[in-house]
Write a protein that binds this ligand. Structure first.
Ligand code: MD3
Ligand code: FE
Length: 212
C-alpha cells in the first residue's frame, strides 16, 4: 500500500511528498468530526512561547504523548497540561492516512492538532523535539479547512525557500532531507474554504516520538 502510494505523490523538494486531495470531501468531514471528539476530550490551548507570547495557533494532541510548551520548554508529555488527563487516542481515520503514506512500520506516537483561526500563522521552525529515533521516521501532515500558504527551506534558517498552497484534503510526508528542514505557515486564506463553519484551518501532524 505505502509503496503504491508514493507513485501518486509529487516530490516538491527532496524528501517532501505531496498528495493533492488525498481525502475527498466526505472523508474530510468525517475527519473533522473525529477531531471535534479529540478536542472535546482534550481542549485546545494557546501555548505560550519561551518569550512569553501566546502562539496565534491553538493546539491539542491525541496519542501516547502530546506536544506542549511547559515552563518555556518544548516537550512531548503523556497528559494534557490543563486537565491532567491522558490524551485521547489518535482517531482511526487519521491512523489510516499514516499507514497509507508513511512507509513506516510503527504507528505514530503523537497527532498534533493545530487550529488556525483568522490571522493565525506559524513562523519558520524545525520539528526537532522528537528524539534521535523519531528523526528517522517521517512526519505526515493533513490539511483541513481553509487553504494556507506553506513555506519550506533547508536545514539552515537562512537560504532559499519553496512556497506551496495547502488545500483541504492535501497530505504531506516529510522524510529524508526534508525531515529537519525549516518550514512554516505564512498565512491562512480565511473564509476561502467551506469545510469549517465560520472558517478556519485544521492541520494534523503525525510523528514518531522516541528519545534514543
Ligand atoms: C516539513 N505545522 O505542527 S504542516 C507543525 O500547517 C507544523 O500547521 C504546519 O509545522 C501546519 O510543526 C505545517 C507541514 C509540515 C509539518 C511538519 C514538517 C511540514 C514539515 C516537518 C519537517 C519538514
Ligand atoms: Fe513544524
Amino acid at each position: 500500500m505505502a509503496e503504491a502510494m508514493t507513485g501518486m505523490a509529487e516530490e516538491v523538494v527532496p524528501g517532501l511528498l505531496l498528495w493533492r486531495g488525498l481525502l475527498d470531501r466526505p472523508a474530510q468531514a468525517a475527519m473533522v468530526a473525529d477531531i471535534r471528539g479529540v478536542i472535546a476530550a482534550a481542549p485546545l490551548v494557546r501555548p505560550v512561547t519561551a518569550w512569553g507570547r501566546p502562539m496565534s495557533v491553538r493546539m491539542t494532541s491525541a496519542g501516547r504523548v502530546g506536544w506542549v510548551i511547559a515552563r518555556g520548554r518544548y516537550a512531548y508529555v503523556p497528559r494534557h497540561p490543563e486537565t491532567g488527563t491522558p490524551w485521547p487516542p489518535i482517531p482511526a481515520s487519521v491512523l489510516a492516512v499514516w499507514r497509507a503514506v508513511s512507509g513506516w512500520d510503527d504507528d505514530p506516537d503523537c497527532c498534533l492538532v493545530n487550529w488556525y483561526g483568522e490571522g493565525a500563522r506559524m513562523g519558520l521552525h524545525r520539528d526537532a523535539d522528537e528524539g534521535e529515533e523519531g528523526f528517522h521516521a517521517p512526519v505526515v501532515s493533513i490539511s483541513l479547512g481553509d487553504p494556507a500558504r506553506f513555506r519550506i527551506g533547508g536545514t539552515e534558517r537562512r537560504g532559499q525557500t519553496t512556497r506551496l498552497l495547502l488545500r483541504s484534503g492535501d497530505v504531506l510526508a516529510m522524510g529524508g532531507p526534508a525531515r529537519l528542514a525549516y518550514h512554516g505557515i505564512d498565512r491562512v486564506l480565511s473564509g476561502e474554504g467551506d469545510l469549517l463553519p465560520g472558517g478556519g484551518r485544521i492541520n494534523l501532524t503525525l510523528r514518531v516520538v522516541r528519545s534514543a
